[in-house]
Design a protein around this ligand. Structure first.
Ligand code: FAD
Ligand code: SF4
Length: 910
């Protein structure tokens, strides 16, 4: 595909012909070096040569513009993107006519959003900023199609005209058209239509004839169709139906024509022309191999009972659910992206239920991606859209070959759109579900006001690492839960919850990427000073809980030393959670933000309990001590062969992937290797197993997850299972590992032997004599972790429970006075946010304990009451970005979400 410059800012064929206010630049301002000069020197590209008002409310205009390349190539079905001003949103609009001789293209635009308002406001003689196209696939219009029915409503009349014109030009085609609008005023282009088609039916539901308020517009459509399709004199029988207009009309048409088995094509770009759309995100889900309803009627003996005008009271989705496949969740779905695969779509295969939910994301006409918009009134929709604003992601086929982050994050406009779904509940159930009680509605409100820094400050009152928790928190079980007596209220109304985590991540990323961290603390003043206390505090473990406790103690003026066993700080954030879920630069940024307080030292490669003990720390003058050592000891399966070379624990596997880039895996091919792909078996099906499976995939292996239960019993997050599946990980459920089989010389392994299970009466039952074998060169065991007892053994009176977890009181103080403990080693394996929250409270308890006991505690008087200023936060390190091909996979609309990327992949013919 050629990539010509398309935009108003490029040098070659750029139409530098408007000022930002939209008025024509005087001729003498137009550079003579515009590259390919327009054929008619007096007309500049994108000049509006004709403007016809078709309707006053909402104002709808037909614009004919000078756009040479576009006019020469446009055909029925094509759409163009139109931009009013340089910084405006690009709008996809179907072409309604083109004249290759006059080099003009015509389209209809209705004033329904900020962006369309601007286009509609242009006058004859003014220049639009750009018109890019033609885009999409042209209609496959041939001679001898036979009897074509065109149904169009509202702005759908635009493209319908070009269809009618193109079909009529070819022999053997006859057109019956049915056009409609709610009022005479809105009946766009009726007269033009009458000239092109063989028969034209017109319906106006209000103020014109025929008028039947009971039937309504959709009823009129249904009646017309039934009459046309069933009339014995209908000549010839209908061969194809084209429908263009709002989705309610398309849906009705499709349900009627399905019954007759008549091919029906919908032009979905006409749907999008009714609202401001994020180009590239507009997708439809199509059922694969869905038979026509007729077959189903025959099966159920319903066919004979139907009379003209009586619509079957059953939708395509209901058919798919009840009749096509008893296991509906396995019904195959094709995802099509309207602006990549369309805009024409076979309407009989659309899941209309999903389609309705998807389009209603854009129902807030107040929303626009127009980046001229700054602060403004709250953009909350009157009714929240049922579905979350989708977040762009790398395509699975691309991302399984790289370690860059899977999710690409919201743009400010997407975040504002998602924030506008929040109802601002007076008694927010979301906050009840949050382990650290983030003031959720308050921070979301700031986002709707485009005050992202304000939103960040609000989140930071509850915890310190929103860019981490926004990525890894299991929100679906917490603030966004649909179960229990907490979680976003939208779930209770059948809608998707507000994307609280996605918004939290956006806000934190915005602040980090724009270096606003200091701004968030100082509020326009100097960074607050810290007054030193002269007391020393020891923190054991640099995971999230240790870092949170360290921050609290440092803010209170205590000198903090963090002792960390590994070579790098961060705990599981660094060595456990893979970088494609949590980029390590973000973890480094959070660690830096603790270090820059000026009172925190981190001693790595120091194992407390072996290199130094808690009693020794006491002797060295550490007054209060915190244990945050996590649960790093992997559980084993206890099966034969587990000790063979080639069997590795999840802990070690992820540690090597994260800290040593996986380059030390002789048993797995690198992606660039020419050898056949090696096989890896991951045992277990929790989140850690998912991380292992996806990491092994990125190392170039074929991966099988072996799990003794069913997929629905898995403790892993659904989105992680789906993500791994999409990347090509295979799940072998109902298989219990029995033995790892060695290779012939015991230098490695042949594979894993398993007992096959069945699921009966709610339990797992082994099937007698049924075994499976998974050939592989590596087995990763991911079946859980427990605590290390090295500190317990060397600390007198430190009490633990039967699971080896440290026992504390509600202030996180252990059985040893002055020794505090939180995080996984106190709760058992839990979550990052719990570790952060408990670490923060434990740090505050330590400060309180020191204040209470300060008289008896050793203090460095040379430091007491000294004042220090925290360092300025260093600029954020750049995060590894997804490779370019991840953003241009044509079948991935999510990857096309970024408008700028789309623009580069579009061909233009100006
Ligand atoms: P850790 O993060 O385990 O940190 C403990 C630190 O103490 C380590 O750095 C360790 O080296 C150090 N240490 C241990 N013993 C000693 C010693 N004797 N001396 C000095 N240092 C010592 N939670 C989520 O919320 N979302 C997720 O998506 C998620 N994914 C996960 C993926 C994996 C692979 C794993 C293993 C866990 C995941 N979790 C997730 C759980 C979450 O990471 C933990 O709950 C959290 O990290 C616990 O924090 P912590 O500070 O208590 O312990
Ligand atoms: Fe907003 Fe949902 Fe919280 Fe209500 S419960 S305030 S809708 S996020």
């Amino acid at each position: 595909m050629t990539q010509n410059a398309t935009d108003d800012t490029s040098q070659t064929v750029t139409p530098i012909c408007i000022e930002n206010d939209g008025y024509i630049t005087p001729a003498d301002k137009t550079p003579s070096s515009l590259g390919a000069a327009p054929a008619t020197p007096s007309i500049k590209p994108f000049t509006i040569v004709k403007r016809t008002v078709l309707c006053k409310d909402p104002e709808t205009v037909e614009l004919t513009c000078y756009a040479p390349g576009v006019a020469e190539k446009s055909k029925a079905g094509h759409f163009i993107t139109v931009k009013a001003y340089a910084p405006s949103e690009r709008l996809p609009i179907p072409v309604s006519d083109c004249d290759p001789i006059k080099k003009t293209v015509t389209f209809i635009c209705s004033s329904v959003t900020h962006a369309t308002n601007k286009i509609v406001a242009f006058a004859e003689g003014q220049c639009l900023s750009s018109i890019v196209g033609p885009l999409g696939h042209a209609a496959d219009i041939k001679a001898d199609i036979g009897h074509v029915v065109i149904i169009a409503e509202g702005v759908g009349l635009g493209p319908a005209q070009l269809y009618a014109k193109s079909i009529r030009q070819l022999s053997g085609n006859r057109i019956s058209a049915f056009i409609s609008a709610p009022s005479r005023d809105q009946l766009l282009g009726e007269s033009k239509f009458a000239e092109t088609v063989d028969s034209l039916s017109v319906v106006i539901t209000d103020g014109g004839a025929p008028k039947d308020k009971d039937k309504g517009l959709i009823g009129e459509f249904a009646e017309f169709l039934h009459k046309t399709l069933e009339a014995p004199q209908s000549y010839p029988l209908v061969d194809i139906v084209y429908a263009m207009g709002p989705h309610t009309m398309l849906r009705k048409v499709s349900e009627i024509t399905r019954d007759y088995g008549i091919r029906t094509i919908g032009l979905l770009s006409a749907v999008t022309a009714n609202a401001s759309m994020l180009l590239g995100t507009f997708r439809v889900e199509l059922y694969k191999d869905l038979p026509y309803l007729t077959n189903i009627y025959d099966k159920y003996g319903l066919h004979g009972s139907k009379t003209p005008g009586q619509m079957p009271n059953i939708s395509v989705d209901e058919f798919a659910k009840n009749n096509i496949n008893p296991n509906f969740s396995k019904t195959k779905i094709d995802i099509k992206y309207v602006f990549v695969d369309g805009p024409e779509v076979d309407m009989h295969r659309i899941s209309w239920e999903r389609f309705r939910l998807g389009t209603s994301v854009y129902s807030s006409t107040a929303f626009t991606a127009d980046n001229t918009r700054k602060k403004g009134p709250s953009m909350r929709s009157v009714k929240p859209a049922p579905m979350q604003t989708p977040m762009p992601m790398q395509h699975p086929k691309v991302r399984c070959h790289n370690w860059a982050e899977i999710s690409l994050g919201y743009t400010p406009e997407m975040a504002m759109m998602e924030a506008s779904r929040c109802l601002q509940c007076k008694k927010p159930m979301c906050v009840k579900g949050c382990p650290v009680q983030v003031p959720i509605p308050q921070f979301i409100k700031k986002i709707t006001e485009r005050d992202f820094l304000g939103a960040y400050k609000i989140i930071k009152t509850a915890h310190s690492c929103p860019s981490i928790t926004g990525r890894v928190c299991p929100q679906e079980n917490q603030c966004q839960s649909a179960e229990g007596n907490y979680g976003c209220i939208l779930c209770r109304t059948g809608k998707e919850p507000v994307g609280i985590g996605k918004l939290e991540r956006f806000v934190a990323d915005y602040v980090r990427e724009n270096n606003l961290e200091d701004e968030s603390i100082k509020d326009g003043k100097e960074l607050p000073e810290i007054v030193l206390s002269g007391y020393k505090v020891a923190i054991i473990g640099s995971g999230p809980t240790g870092l949170a406790a360290a921050r609290e103690c440092a803010l209170a003026g205590h000198h903090v030393t963090i002792f960390e066993a590994l070579a790098q700080p961060g705990g599981v954030l660094n060595y456990g959670i893979p970088k494609f879920r949590l980029p390590k630069q973000i973890v480094a940024h959070e660690i830096n933000s603790v270090k820059r307080l000026g009172l925190v030292d981190i001693k790595t490669n120091t194992v407390v309990g072996r290199d130094i003990t808690i009693p020794q720390l006491r002797n060295e003058g550490y007054t209060a001590i915190f244990i945050g050592t996590g649960v790093g000891i992997p559980r084993s399966l206890g099966i034969p062969g587990e000790d063979l070379p080639g069997v590795i624990t999840a802990n070690e596997f992820l540690k090597r992937c994260n800290l040593e880039d996986g380059c030390v895996f002789p048993l797995i091919n690198r992606v660039d290797s020419n050898e056949p792909r090696k096989k890896v078996v991951v045992i277990g099906c929790g989140n850690v197993a998912m991380d292992c499976a996806s990491s092994a995939r990125r190392l170039g292996a074929d991966v099988v997850v072996v799990y003794r239960r069913r997929l629905q019993d898995s403790p892993a997050r659904l989105e992680e299972i789906e993500s791994a599946e999409a990347e090509g990980v295979y799940f072998a459920t109902l298989n219990s590992p029995l033995e790892v089989i060695p290779n012939d010389d015991h230098t490695g392994i042949k594979g894993l032997k398993c007992q096959v299970n069945s699921f009966e009466a709610g339990t797992i039952v082994p099937l007698d004599g049924e075994y499976s074998f998974f050939a592989c060169s590596m087995v990763v065991v991911a079946v859980g972790f427990g605590p290390n007892n090295i500190i317990v053994k060397t600390t007198e009176n430190l009490k633990i429970n039967d699971k080896g977890l440290v026992i504390t009181d509600e202030n996180f103080e252990s059985s040893v006075p002055g020794v505090f403990c939180a995080g996984d080693v106190q709760t058992g394996a839990a979550t990052v946010i719990k570790a952060l929250g408990n670490g923060k409270v434990a740090g505050q308890s330590m400060n309180f304990w020191i204040a209470q006991n300060h008289v008896t505690l050793p203090r460095d008087n040379s430091l007491f009451n000294k004042v220090i200023n925290p360092a300025i936060c260093p600029p954020a390190e750049k995060i590894e970005k997804a490779p370019q091909d991840a953003l241009s996979v044509s079948s991935s609309a999510t990857s096309l979400l970024l408008n700028s990327d789309i623009e580069e992949t579009l061909t233009t013919h100006i």
